[in-house]
Design a protein around this ligand. Structure first.
Ligand SMILES: [Zn+2]
Length: 271
């Protein structure tokens, strides 16, 4: 599943090239997770101002309104001057004067949604409940700790929920909790202020490294990442069950939390 770093690298892969382009046509394939919400023809003639990211959403700003794009479980966006004829899994084309932005999404959990404004009901439905951006200055240790204090759920679940801080998916949550030395099952409310500060920094470090790593592989980016996916960070714990911890040698443990696999070192990560 594309996580925040993949989405950010996707953004960087076409944002500069599409900026200023005029929309010439919109082509839709099979239904996606949510409908576009507007007649595709009404977008023709509008200009793309730029592309922002909010959590795992890409916001394509137009001179009037914006398109919210989500990659879902298996989506990828490609931008090219000339695209081949749409294949079975190509479900949305934004044809512009600078090239065509194409969403390929075999499982169709992705979406392209039109909103007249970011704070319109259409925008708010998808963006309204999102927590702060982990790489922005709004993500500060004091507020993070105050928010964690209110939650009795396990810290990993709280991170995945995305309403305190967005975009910390399954892999990055496991990795950040390892770096911060925090057991994933620990109730969020029991995390002290200094530990919350360490966790905040770990989240930023892990995501920044992944974005940098993805940026360095941008050349190959036309390939969807598929099921294996991800920017193959040198994982400390993720997907390493039974293997020795890179710090202390203790075998890494795997447990399930809310259907998702969690990996941790029972020695390095304290309750
Ligand atoms: Zn360890």
């Amino acid at each position: 599943m594309p996580e925040l770093p993949e989405v950010e690298v996707t953004r960087r892969s076409f944002a500069d090239r599409i900026a200023g382009a005029r929309i010439e046509a919109v082509r839709s394939g099979k239904p996606l997770r949510w409908p576009l919400g507007v007649e595709p023809q009404t977008l023709v003639g509008r200009t793309v101002r730029g592309v922002r990211r909010r959590g795992k959403w890409l916001l394509v700003d137009l001179d009037h309104g914006l398109l919210l794009m989500h990659l879902g479980m298996s989506g990828s966006l490609g931008f090219a001057k000339q695209q081949a004829a749409a294949g079975t899994h190509d479900h949305f084309d934004l044809v512009t004067s600078h090239g065509t932005l194409r969403l390929n999404d075999p499982r169709r959990f992705g979406a392209v949604v039109y909103a007249p404004r970011e704070d319109s009901p259409q925008g708010d439905k998808h963006l309204g409940g999102l927590g702060v951006e982990p790489l922005s200055d709004d993500f500060n240790a004091k507020e993070f700790h105050a928010q964690l204090k209110k939650r009795s759920a396990a810290i990993k679940q709280v991170l995945l929920a995305g309403d305190i801080v967005v975009g910390v998916g399954n892999i990055y949550a496991s990795e950040a909790l390892f770096l911060a030395g925090i057991r994933p099952t620990l109730p969020a409310s029991r995390i002290s202020r200094p530990r919350a500060a360490r966790l905040r920094q770990a989240i930023r470090d892990v995501l920044t490294r992944a974005v940098d790593k993805g940026g360095s592989t941008l050349r190959d980016f036309s390939n969807a990442w598929g099921e294996e996916g991800y920017f193959q960070l040198e994982a400390m714990v993720y997907d390493r069950a039974g293997q020795p911890c890179r710090v202390c040698g203790t075998p890494i443990k795997m447990i399930r939390q809310g259907q998702r696999a969690t990996y941790y070192c029972p020695t390095c990560q304290k309750t």
